[in-house]
Each structure stands twice: as structure tokens, then as C-alpha cells.
Design a protein around this ligand. Structure first.
Ligand SMILES: *[C@@H]1O[C@H](CO)[C@@H](O)[C@H](O)[C@H]1NC(C)=O
Ligand SMILES: *[C@@H]1O[C@H](CO)[C@@H](O)[C@H](O)[C@H]1NC(C)=O
Ligand SMILES: *[C@@H]1O[C@H](CO)[C@@H](O)[C@H](O)[C@H]1NC(C)=O
Length: 418
């Protein structure tokens, strides 16, 4: 009701107030309609993984392990790929020792495998590891990416104090410079904003990028995973096709999470519609980790409306929820008689809508091993009556008015209910 009134009074209101009444225009650049699935070099071995040989091994693993067929297509190089200085014409140059065929040569090889190549840059003077930043070179760099055939651009926020922040220029003002430069190339390049959740990026990120990191960097620990998920649940409403909260890269496979915690990490990222960017050596995945990221165990019901699109979906139900064209992130709900979510603490009960009228329900044993139960009357989007359900990690299924599952500490169950 407020919006039309603000519009009528618009000329006399300060622009900050008026902007509340203007419909948000989300970035439309033909990519990123669903969250990106792929890999990034950083969590695997920081600068040491930013080489053509690691990238090609990862790409081969994506194909050989069947991950490409499930939608994991972005093979992304993080910091440390370029030379320490620009060349005589001011262009970024791929380090020839790390990328013997150049970045265009690598992009050709990656594309020939049916995959996409991502690169990393920085909005400031230098990247976080001290390589050239894109400040004042935005169009030149965007043109170079387009010329090389790069498909995805992660844009970090180091050394932005001097050119921007000290002068009172906020990230909401300087991130659009690179957005506009990428748009001007005419090549669809997924724009991944990485400014660590500053300046309430979720409130404006969708106008600028296809995803935006909403927190500090994830650490290789359950506490870090849990705190990021807790925060993401409070800003779920900003994710939609074309732009999503980015909960940061995955720590699966890096040795600090139990199998149960890997299920919860993957499951929470998936139902909250985060990009799922693996950050481990894909040639050395344990079978349990591989099964989680392929969601191999599950069997789907025939009447499952949203996930019925192809036979392949029957082995990737949790990925299909992440990739649901409806693009709405799950968030917490409070069952009758239970305490509601506490700030900063991982909650146990999640739900979100799916295309075709189904609902995904997530249960997390966040306070240790426990049997968690949910009455469908308490779930937003469900209600009275009997529903069919499948638990997507086990394939267990049934019909009724509630679901219940015994879970080990920090384990997660994900129910598709319809
Ligand atoms: C600098 O690099 C760009 C892109 O890699 C290239 O097109 C250009 O020719 C190079 N300039 C010089 C002087 O080598
Ligand atoms: C439910 O699970 C049983 C046992 O695993 C399986 O045989 C059946 O096909 C499943 N039903 C549906 C509707 O998925
Ligand atoms: C579910 O909740 C409804 C409404 O509060 C109640 O009538 C029903 O008995 C509950 N069902 C179960 C199985 O607890």
C-alpha cells in the first residue's frame, strides 16, 4: 500500500526514500538463472591450484565422475593466475609458466569438454594476493575476458580503501562499474560479487550480479558452515532467478567435516539456493563425498511434479531442488511449541516452495543427535491433510500428515513433500 503513495509524492521526497518505491530491476545478462554449480581453485590449495594442469585435471574429473552431466560446469580459477604486472598495453596477462597455452587456449580446451571457465579479479588496486586489480581498468579487463572466452568472473574486494572507501564510495556504487563493463562486451559472463557481505549487499546485489557473497570467507570447520547458514536463512527473500545469496565455496572433501556435516553443508547450501562451488581436489574425492554431491542414493516418486523433468533427475534430487527454476530459497519455520531461531545459531527446521506446488523441508540435528519430527500443518505451503514425501538422502518415502527422522549430530534430512 505504501508504494503508490510514495510514487505520487515522489518529487518532494529525498531520493533515498523514493528508491524504496521503485521496483527492483534484477540484472538480466542471460546467465545465472539458477545457482552456479562447479569448482574453484582457492579452497583446494590457494595460489598453488591456480594452474592449467590443476584446472584440466578438475575438468576431466567433472566429466569422468559424471558431475558435468549433473550440471557442474563451472571450472573457476581464483587468485594468482596472472603475471604481477600488466603488459605494455595495460592488459592482464595469464602467467605463462602456469598457463602455457594462455587463457584463451585453456578456455578452448575447457569448452571442448562441454564445460565453462571462470576467472577471478578484484575491484581495487590489487587482488588479495597482490596481483593487478581492475580499478580503472574495468572495461579493458572485461574486454579481455570476453576475448579469451571466459564465462564467469568472481570479483573480490581487496585494496578498495584508497580508490573508494576512504572517499566514502560504497561497494554498491563501485561494483556496478564492472557489471556495466561486462554487459558492454555483449558476451554473457556470470558476475559473481565477492565483497564479503558488506553494505547489506543482499538488498542491492540482484541489480548488479548473479550472486553475492553474504558473509566473510567460509572456514574449514562446522562452526563456520553453521554460522553462514544461520545468517543466510535471515535474508532468503533476496534470492531469485538471476541473482542469489552466495554462502561461499564448499568445504566438502577437506577433511574437517564428518560425513553427516558434509550432508548438512551440501543440503543447506542446496535448499537455500546458494551456488555450489566445490573447493577440494576433485580427483581425490571419497565415495561418501561424491555420493553427497551427486545425491546418488535418492529415488524419486513418479508423481513428483517439480523434479520429474528427466530420468537424470532421479539421481540428483537435491541438485534439482537447488536448480529449481522457481529459484526461491528455503528459510526457517517454527513448529508449534518450539522456540524460534536464535541469531547466529543454526536452526533445526527449514522449508521452501518448489515449482509445481511441492515444498522442500529440511531438518538439521543442530544440537546433537536427535529425532526430529514435523507436522505438515506447521509447514508454510503445506497444511491440513495427507501429503506424499521422499527423504532425498535415503530414498525413504511415505504418505501422511507428518515426517520424522532420527539424525546423528549435525546430520540433515531433506524431504520433498507434495
Ligand atoms: C597485452 O595483452 C593483451 C591480452 O592478452 C594482448 O591482446 C596485447 O597484444 C598485449 N600487448 C602487448 C604489448 O603485448
Ligand atoms: C518408496 O520406497 C520403496 C522402497 O525403497 C520403493 O520400492 C518405492 O518405489 C518408493 N516409492 C516411491 C513412490 O518412490
Ligand atoms: C498435526 O497438527 C494438527 C493441528 O495442530 C493436529 O490436529 C494433529 O493431530 C497433528 N498431527 C500429528 C500426527 O501430531
Amino acid at each position: 500500500m505504501l508504494a503508490p503513495i510514495l510514487l505520487l509524492l515522489g518529487t518532494t521526497l529525498p531520493s533515498r526514500v523514493l528508491s524504496l518505491a521503485v521496483p527492483e530491476k534484477r540484472l538480466e545478462n542471460k546467465v545465472g538463472r539458477t545457482p552456479a554449480l562447479g569448482w574453484n581453485s582457492w579452497n583446494q590449495a590457494q595460489c598453488n591450484a591456480a594452474t592449467a594442469s590443476v584446472v584440466m585435471q578438475t575438468a576431466k574429473a567433472f566429466v569422468d565422475l559424471g558431475l558435468k552431466d549433473l550440471g557442474y560446469v563451472y571450472v573457476n580459477i581464483d587468485d594468482c593466475w596472472s603475471t604481477k604486472t600488466r603488459n605494455a598495453t595495460g592488459h592482464l596477462v595469464a602467467d605463462p609458466a602456469k598457463f602455457p597455452k594462455g587463457m584463451d587456449g585453456l578456455a578452448r580446451d575447457i569448452h571442448a569438454m562441454g564445460l565453462k571457465l571462470g576467472l577471478y579479479g578484484d575491484a581495487g588496486l590489487l587482488t588479495c594476493a597482490g596481483y593487478p586489480g581492475s580499478y580503472s581498468y574495468e572495461q579493458k579487463d572485461a574486454d579481455t575476458l570476453a576475448q579469451w572466452g571466459v564465462d564467469y568472473w568472481k570479483f573480490d574486494n581487496c585494496l578498495t580503501e584508497k580508490p573508494y572507501i576512504n572517499g566514502g564510495i560504497k561497494s554498491s556504487q563501485y561494483y556496478p562499474i564492472m557489471r556495466d563493463a561486462l554487459l558492454k562486451t555483449g558476451k554473457p559472463i556470470l558476475f559473481s560479487i565477492c565483497q564479503w557481505g558488506r553494505d547489506e549487499v543482499w538488498t542491492w546485489g540482484a541489480k548488479v550480479g548473479n550472486s553475492w557473497r553474504m558473509s566473510e570467507d567460509v572456514q574449514n570447520s562446522w562452526a563456520s558452515v553453521a554460522s553462514i547458514a544461520a545468517k543466510a536463512a535471515t535474508i532468503y527473500q533476496y534470492s531469485a532467478p538471476g541473482g542469489f545469496n552466495d554462502l561461499d565455496m564448499m568445504e566438502l572433501g577437506n577433511g574437517k567435516l564428518t560425513e553427516a556435516e558434509e550432508r548438512a553443508h551440501f543440503g543447506l547450501w542446496a535448499i537455500m539456493k546458494s551456488p555450489i562451488i566445490m573447493g577440494t581436489d576433485m580427483t581425490k574425492l571419497k565415495a561418501s563425498t561424491l555420493n553427497i554431491i551427486k545425491n546418488k542414493v535418492c529415488r524419486l516418486a513418479k508423481s513428483n511434479l517439480a523434479l520429474r523433468r528427466s530420468d537424470a533427475d532421479k539421481t540428483k534430487a537435491i541438485l534439482a531442488i537447488n536448480q529449481d527454476p522457481l529459484g526461491k530459497a528455503a528459510t526457517t519455520f517454527t513448529p508449534k511449541g518450539k522456540a524460534g531461531p536464535a541469531s547466529g545459531k543454526l536452526y533445526k527446521y527449514y522449508a521452501g516452495p518448489l515449482l509445481g506446488g511441492g515444498v522442500v523441508v529440511g531438518l538439521v540435528a543442530a544440537d546433537g543427535a536427535e529425532t526430529l519430527a514435523v507436522n505438515f500443518t506447521d509447514v508454510p505451503g503445506l497444511g491440513e491433510g495427507s501429503f506424499s514425501w521422499t527423504e532425498l538422502y535415503s530414498g525413504r518415502n511415505g504418505t501422511g500428515t507428518l515426517v520424522s527422522q532420527a539424525l546423528g549430530s549435525n546430520d540433515m534430512a531433506i524431504f520433498k513433500v507434495w
